[in-house]
Every structure is written in structure tokens, then in C-alpha cells.
Design a protein around this ligand. Sequence first.
Ligand code: HEC
Length: 235
Amino acid sequence: MVLALVALLALAGCRNMEEQAKLDDPYQSSPNFDRAARDILPEAVPVGFERDDEHFSFGTIDGELADTLPFELTAEILATGQMRYEQFCMPCHGLDGSGEGIVALEGYPQPASYHTDELRAQPVGHIYQVITNGQGEMFSYAGRITAEDRWAVTAYVKALQLSQNVAAADLSEDALNALNAPAEPEMEDEPAMAEVTSEETPEATSEATPEVASEATPDAEMVPETTEEPEGTAP
Ligand code: HEC
């Protein structure tokens, strides 16, 4: 059965396209249309550009880099941006945009951090264009991510920048309280946690929560408490 299908396909391909009847000249008159080459319709847009809209497709307004998104930002769009960022960009740029993604750590040219004054000052149109056209070592994502989602990623890159550089005065009271609250002891889901020795534990804790650690000296009393929890949850 499979063989018969393969044979059929092979036969079907026998006729060389070179030998088919065809019009040789794009401007030759055609019996089907008035001319071999069809006119390009005014609403046609290049491959990869969904709409004939300068702001949306090219990231510019009257030729200048846009500093606004071409649509209103919603939490849903930002969530899409985060998803696409984590799918396509994180391997090189890292979870937080610091440029320490796994691919970069493994030797691919490391991108600069998003958290430089220079890149923070760039309008969104620039970020959109880098994603769309690529830049230097970074290739274009126009064929992989739709224009709509490229804008969502752009918004997310801006959100990442904001996340690392917000003035305390701009934070809501709730957010400030959450930041100032003592950090919870770190939970690790690795079963290997059970192996953590009593010398290592206070060190790890003091790194994560310097304030807590400086008050309570890492004495023997503290140690069993911190190791106990992960032990209990280990499978
Ligand atoms: C394969 C690794 C890789 C991936 C994946 C990647 N980038 Fe990059 N990116 C780079 C490198 C390398 C540079 C530095 C480019 C240069 O200027 O040479 C860069 C630069 C940038 C810049 C800074 C441009 C500037 O003006 O300096 C932005 C913004 C950026 N990338 C965004 C993204 C976004 C968003 C994605 C996901 C859609 C992404 N990148 C995916 C490697 C990557």
C-alpha cells in the first residue's frame, strides 16, 4: 500500500515543470487574465507585515521611532508578551533581561543588559525594530513572532526595565510593605536539599535575607529549623 502510494507520487512528479505550457514573459497577454503578471493590489502588504500601518508594522510614526504602542496596553497583552519573551528571548537575555541567559552563558555572544540608561532611554519603536529586523548578532523574529505579539514583547521588555529601576516614591504602599517585609525562608524543590549540611544553611540564608541574618546570628538553634521544612516536603 505504502509502496503503491510512493510509486503514484513518483509518477505524478514525472512531468517536469520546465516542460509545462506557460507564459514566458510577465507582461505577455494571457487567455485567463489580460496579462500574465497580476497587478499588485493596493491593500497588499509584504510578507511578515500584517497591516499597512506604519506605526504597527514598522515601529515609526512619520519616519520617527514611535514612543507609544500602536494599541492600548492591557494586562492580557502584557501576559502574552511575557509568554513570548520567555519562549523566544529568555534563552539569551535571561529571565530579567540582564543578558545572562543560558545560551549566552554557554558561549553565544552575550547581549548587553536591558537595564542600562542607554537602553532605558530608547523608545518602544526601537525595541520593536530590533525584534522585527534583528541587530548585530541577534537575528530577526519577524518570521517567528507575529507583529501583534512583537509589540506585546516590546511592552514586556519595558516592564522588565521598569521592574529593575523604579523609584521607591513611585511604589504603592502595599508594594513597599511587601518589599520591606522579611523574606520567607527559601524553599527548594530539589530533593538534594536534604543533603545540605548545617554549615551551608546559615550562609545561604544570610545571602538571601541579609537583614534577618544580621540580627539573628546563625547559631546552632537556627539550623534545624531551616533544614527541617525542605526535609519534610522532600518526596
Ligand atoms: C540567540 C540569542 C538572542 C535571542 C534569542 C534574542 N536576542 Fe536580543 N540580542 C542578542 C544579542 C547578542 C544582542 C546584542 C546585539 C548587538 O548589538 O550586537 C541583542 C540585543 C537586543 C536588544 C538591544 C538592542 C540595542 O539597542 O542595543 C534588545 C532590545 C533585544 N535584543 C531584545 C530581544 C527580544 C525582545 C528577544 C526575543 C524576541 C531577543 N532579543 C532574543 C541575542 C539574542
